[in-house]
Design a protein. Structure first.
Length: 640
């Protein structure tokens, strides 16, 4: 994964090359194959190169077109090269040695600020138009590549990672109080480009931002998630065939042109297994294997905890093109390399950073430069089917309800009582009734009252409008149809400043991409009729039909339970619990932290019986608040 960075001054000054050099040095891990920048008066652009695809061998960025007075830097993989070549009047011989960045520059020459709408792939770019005296930034449809930026009184700066902006002395290093509150409370309202830091933003997916030489900014949304009309109103056969065709294309676009074998974080769920199987023909034809890495329990484990190992072994049996690697937790835990995780992420990292680090390290050690995973599949092609029975009843489909009820019981693993209570009655209850019930259970205390946040801080952020109470995880939300819920989640991804794990992957020399977040997959997935998303009790009915020869046969009757990302979480927590208690006591002596965290609640939870610990929501919420306190202390110590 390459990187881009740059500065535009509109205070009459010129860009200092040393500033660009510092930005590039900060992003050096993304440029193992070279770093270069150009400075020309009030503008300077830079690029860090990591060669992933064959065309990257011909990359020479920054790309300067002196005749047109354009300068471009891009972090990109362009998938519709042939279609663009036709639009540009080029033939196959013309584009054979043409890097992807050159397609973006030609697209800008042809379509101007609308150029991003004509591109397909993962991309982030910046173009300085010397004639129009403006800088244009663009980000791909789903935001798989990133651009962060800061606008000050006299300049505008952008970079792939936030830490490169901090290479400039005038960019602030201040935590956002609103984002601290969101992290403690686990509130999930759309971020719309906000970051953990004041004054620093991320360009949203599907948007382009222009900045003029006098500092005026404008933004244009060129795409938003929607159903592609071409897929609407078709029969089941069409959806089965198109599912297979579009997902295959999304996978093949990512592996066909690689200079090294790719890697896959294989949880052996339906989404990552689909990628594993569909990558086979292309890689086999190239004489390559797919490197897969999976987090599992030890081979000799025979206890009750679920592990992905059994499903990975089925993939090994049926997919000879897989080069399987296992990661088993030894002594690693939530404290392992935590300060490295803090400095890498540009946000507060997840609780299981030590697992993702181990997986990414293994993929890199095996020789990959590209890594994929199945993230976004639940929202695009393979919804889990939560609330399906209630939705069927709500829309008056009585015959379908009777047909689905029995298979739902069989595949969900829920008892009759659980199904009636959780899947039907609770889902059909009015919003006000569900909120009242939850409020009664907490004795009508505020929804945040049992969470480890300092009360005055919580009240202040709620008054400021930073917190939406209905968006707290585990709180009741207004009833939405299943498609609306999926669209809400997809829009949340588009609006994030960066996609999950891209920074972490880059530190191991890996380019992270998600086939199931491909624009084509999103637009097809949102067009699939809901009756084909869940059918005969199967919440992945269409995928099982479309990929029947790809999935191991056992996947056709597999239950709905998902193997956990960290199968050893309970044992890990028990091991570190004394340290958590001690660290909580130490952090509680910090008056600044007490303004954010209710350490009495944290200490009460950490004083619970170790035997009762497990991967439940309350434990996750408490450890998450502890992680926030750790991060604030670390950040302010480093920026004092």
């Amino acid at each position: 994964m390459s990187a881009i960075f740059g500065i535009l001054r509109f205070d009459g000054g010129t860009v200092n090359p040393r500033d660009l050099e510092r930005m590039g040095n900060t992003l050096a891990h993304r440029g193992p194959d070279g770093r270069k920048f150009v400075a020309d008066g009030p503008v300077g652009l830079g690029h860090c190169l990591m060669r992933v695809n064959q065309e990257d061998l011909f990359e020479r960025q920054p790309h300067v077109d002196r005749d047109a007075d354009f300068t471009l830097v891009a972090d990109c993989r362009i998938d519709n090269r042939a279609e663009l070549a036709d639009a540009f009047g080029l033939n196959a011989a013309n584009i054979r040695d043409m890097p992807d960045s050159a397609f973006i520059l030609r697209a800008y020459k042809k379509w101007g600020e609308d150029c991003a709408a004509h591109l397909l792939g993962d991309f982030a770019f910046a173009i300085w138009d010397g004639r129009a005296k403006k800088l244009l930034l663009g980000r791909d449809h789903m935001g798989q590549r990133s651009i962060h930026y800061h606008k000050a009184i006299g300049f505008f700066a952008f970079a792939t990672e936030i830490k490169a902006l901090w290479a400039l002395p005038d960019v602030p290093r201040v935590l956002s109080e609103a984002q601290i509150a969101k992290n403690i409370l686990m509130e999930t309202s759309p971020r719309e480009g906000t970051t953990l830091f004041e004054g620093i933003f991320g360009l949203c997916g599907g948007t382009a931002r222009s900045v003029t030489a006098d500092g005026r900014m404008s933004i244009k949304q060129y795409w938003q998630p929607h159903s592609d009309p071409v897929h609407l109103g078709r029969d089941e056969t069409y959806y089965i065939d198109t599912y297979r065709r579009i997902l295959t294309k999304a996978v093949e676009c990512r592996v066909r042109r690689l200079v090294r074998p790719p890697a896959l974080l294989l949880s052996a769920g339906y989404d990552s297994t689909a990628i594993a199987g569909l990558a086979g023909p292309v890689l086999t034809a190239k004489g390559q294997k797919l490197i897969t890495v999976s987090s599992v329990l030890p081979e000799d484990y025979r206890g009750p905890r679920p592990s992905a190992r059994q499903w990975v072994e089925l993939c090994r049996r049926d997919m000879p093109h897989l080069d399987i690697h296992y990661v088993v937790r030894r002594h690693e835990n939530i404290f392992t390399d935590i300060e490295k995780a803090f400095s890498t992420a540009d946000l507060i990292p997840g609780l299981f950073h030590y697992v993702t680090d181990a997986l990414l390290r293994e993929a890199s050690s095996a020789g990959a430069r590209l890594v994929m995973d199945g993230l976004a599949g639940d929202e695009t092609l393979n919804p889990r089917g939560g609330g399906t029975l209630a939705d069927i009843l709500r829309t008056g489909q009585w015959r379908r309800f009777l047909a689905e009820f029995g298979p739902h019981l069989r595949f969900s693993g829920h008892s009759l009582t659980e199904t009636l209570r959780n899947d039907i009655v609770w889902q059909l209850a009015p919003y006000w009734a569900r909120r009242t019930w939850q409020a009664a259970r907490r004795r009508f205390a505020p929804a945040w009252a049992n969470r480890p946040i300092a009360p005055e801080f919580a009240k202040a952020e709620i008054r400021a409008g930073s917190i939406q109470m209905s968006r707290l995880v585990r709180e009741t939300r207004p009833i939405l149809c299943r498609r609306a819920r999926r669209l809400d989640t997809i829009n949340g991804s588009v609006n994030r400043a960066r996609f999950h794990l891209v920074n972490e992957a880059a530190t191991f020399g890996l380019d992270m991409t998600r086939p199931l977040a491909d624009k084509r997959v999103v637009e097809f997935g949102l067009a699939i009729p809901e009756e084909l998303q869940v059918k005969n009790g199967r919440d992945r009915y269409l995928g099982c039909r479309a990929l029947a020869d790809i999935y191991p046969p056992e996947f056709q009757t597999r239950g709905r339970q998902q193997d956990t990302f960290e199968p050893d979480v309970a044992a890990m927590l028990k091991t570190v619990w004394p340290r958590l208690q001690a660290e909580t006591e130490r952090l509680s002596t910090n008056a600044a932290l007490r303004a954010y965290i209710d350490f009495d609640k944290l200490s009460k939870t950490f004083g619970a019986e170790v035997a009762g610990l497990g991967p439940n929501f309350e434990t996750h919420l408490t450890v998450r608040a502890f992680r926030v306190a750790q991060y604030i202390a670390w950040f302010r110590r480093g920026n004092a």
